[in-house]
Design a protein around this ligand. Structure first.
Ligand code: CP
Ligand code: NVA
Length: 305
């Protein structure tokens, strides 16, 4: 049975920790420039229905470092679900490539892609979630705090795909997760209920940023208008302004708290220059770890670890 990486909800705590162990090994090898061609001669199609910097660059570079090859298919290329049905594309790519990574709008489409592909499918973001991002984020947290348990993670902003993946992770690893969003922009309720019902973590959905950052180990944010929501950006900015991560808000938090952002950042909106460039920010470690974690996911799915 082939395995996909579509949601953290599909993985056990043991598997998540195994991915982190593989990540550590591959990151060390990358830093030491030790050859690790675990995927020699294998190929990956990367389907992008939305723009990307980190996801494209980290997957493509990572696959080359593993001795494989990655093809970039831009939003203009395949027209998945428009020019051609999802299930036909899934079957066709499975005849050419060993693995697929896709960034799509509709989460149903990634599920359908995985259903009809005979090769593993990795979710590189949908409107619903962004699991590779949160795996890299948690790995980064682990590096900075030397543990993965019982940290307080406060996500401030839109209850979007990134927030949903944090909630899915909180269903697996014990943490105190606070999602602080304005009314009407809370995360997916089914996901929150599912995660709370697992009884692993303390999960709160709050609306007051000052209350939310108290005693947080990590303060996290993301854009207020995600890809596909550009027309709502001006309206959202009015609603979200008091959710900005700035020096004033950080005064209410532990001075040792780390600040994270999945990037791309809208500097001056959800986060100020002084915070993202300041001493508490670990956003570039976070961006780097996308590549190391994704390489671990690839080798695990291809049975090469
Ligand atoms: N964080 C992230 O996924 O970045 P890109 O949209 O640039 O890939
Ligand atoms: N929530 C953002 C994440 C970008 C990596 C978006 O979907 O655009």
């Amino acid at each position: 049975m082939k395995r996909d990486f579509l949601s953290i909800a599909d993985y056990s705590r043991e598997e998540i920790e195994e991915i982190f162990q593989i990540t550590k090994d591959l990151k060390d090898k990358t830093k030491n420039r030790t050859k690790h061609h675990l995927c020699e001669g294998l190929t990956m199609s990367m389907i992008f229905a939305k723009p990307s910097a980190r996801t494209r660059i980290s997957f493509e570079t990572g696959m080359v470092q593993l001795g494989g090859y990655a093809l970039y298919l831009s939003p203009n290329d395949i027209g998945i679900g428009k020019r051609e049905s999802v299930k036909d594309i899934a079957r066709v790519i499975s005849r050419y490539n060993d693995i697929i990574m896709a960034r799509l709008f509709d989460h149903e489409h990634i599920l359908e892609l995985a259903k009809y592909a005979s090769v593993p499918v990795i979710n590189g973001l949908t409107d619903y979630n962004h699991p590779c991002q949160i795996m890299a984020d948690m790995y980064t947290v682990k590096e900075h705090f030397n543990r993965i348990e019982n940290l307080k993670i406060t996500y401030i902003g839109d209850g979007n795909n990134v927030a949903n993946s944090w909630i899915n992770l909180a269903a697996k690893l014990p943490m105190h997760l606070v999602i602080c969003s304005p009314s009407g922009y809370e995360p997916d309720k089914t996901t929150v209920d599912y995660a709370k019902n697992q009884g692993i973590s303390q999960i709160e959905v709050l609306s007051d940023p000052i209350e939310s950052v108290k005693d947080a180990d990590v303060i996290y944010t993301d854009v207020w208008a995600s890809m596909g929501q550009e027309e709502e950006a001006a309206e959202r900015k009015k609603v979200f302004m008091k959710y900005q991560i700035n020096d004033e808000l950080l005064k209410h938090a532990d001075p040792n708290a780390k600040v994270m952002h999945c990037l791309p950042a809208h500097r001056g909106d959800e986060i100020t220059d002084s915070v993202i460039d300041g001493p508490q920010s670990i956003v570039f470690d976070e961006a780097e770890n996308r590549m190391h974690v994704q390489k671990a996911i690839i080798v695990k799915l291809l049975g090469k670890s």
